[in-house]
Design a protein around this ligand. Structure first.
Ligand SMILES: Nc1ncnc2c1ncn2[C@@H]1O[C@H](COP(=O)(O)OP(=O)(O)OP(=O)(O)O)[C@@H](O)[C@H]1O
Ligand SMILES: [Mg+2]
Length: 218
């Protein structure tokens, strides 16, 4: 059984009288431990797809089977649990909370999940060390470089040991050096068994993945 089976997804957005079809009969399987690149033109629906897989948006029809269970049929607490425990998100912009330190930002998903503060702080420190930021734990987001902000966001995404990391152009706002560092971190996560879906416009990144899925405009 594949970790993720996406079957016949259809998604459209209604804008006034106009229905914009974004995903039409989109299907794919993702195996556990894979690092998959998702590429395609702007507006093709790549971000929309990641949002659906992560339980942040709903398709018009289709299934997203995760470990054999359709996440679109999950209700209430089960959806929150799936979002908080099974998936980690990294976006093009970091969305760190400005009033909290790097350490507190990384701890946040665990605190939301009910883990005690000391245990969360311990794991957050380990993750920040792993992404090379052990000397930045008390820095606020505004006191971090773009690459450091993004590595903090990766550490936060890893906090609850997700099974899938969904990364939407995680290096889109970074220069080459920072981009390479962020990718190294994502590969490190992959080496620890996390399945990675990464949306990218960069051929070099796509070509370094195990497989490339191309989404065309509907
Ligand atoms: N909430 C919304 N309401 C209406 N249309 C939307 C909405 N969200 C996305 N769209 C439209 O759906 C299409 C797909 O958007 P999406 O963000 O998934 O594209 P993308 O492939 O990620 O593009 P990019 O490479 O530019 O990030 C776009 O044409 C966009 O205008
Ligand atoms: Mg996008």
């Amino acid at each position: 059984m594949s970790l993720l089976e996406i079957i016949d997804l259809n998604k459209s957005f209604l804008k006034g009288d106009y229905r914009l079809n974004v995903l039409s009969g989109f299907s794919m399987n993702v195996e556990k431990g894979e690092m998959l690149a998702i590429v395609g033109p702007s507006g093709a629906g790549k971000s929309t797809l990641l949002h659906i897989i992560g339980g942040l948006d709903k398709p018009d029809s289709g299934s997203v089977m995760f470990q054999g269970e359709d996440i679109l049929k999950l209700k209430g607490k089960a959806v929150d649990q799936f979002r908080n425990k099974d998936v980690g998100f990294v976006f093009q912009f970091h969305y760190l909370l400005e009033d909290f330190t790097a350490l507190e930002n990384v701890m946040m998903p665990a605190l939301i999940g009910g883990v005690n503060i000391d245990a969360a702080a311990k794991r957050a420190k380990e993750l920040l060390t792993k992404v090379g930021l052990e000397s930045r734990t008390t820095h606020f987001p505004a006191e971090l470089s773009g690459g450091e902000q993004q590595r903090t966001a990766i550490a936060r995404a890893m906090m609850n040991s997700p099974k899938i990391l969904l990364a939407d152009e995680p290096t889109g706002s970074l220069d080459k050096k920072n981009s390479d560092e962020v990718l190294d971190m994502i590969r490190l996560m992959r080496d620890e068994g996390v399945t990675i879906l990464i949306v990218t416009h960069e051929d070099a990144i796509a070509n370094s993945c195990d497989r490339i899925i191309r989404i065309e405009k509907s």
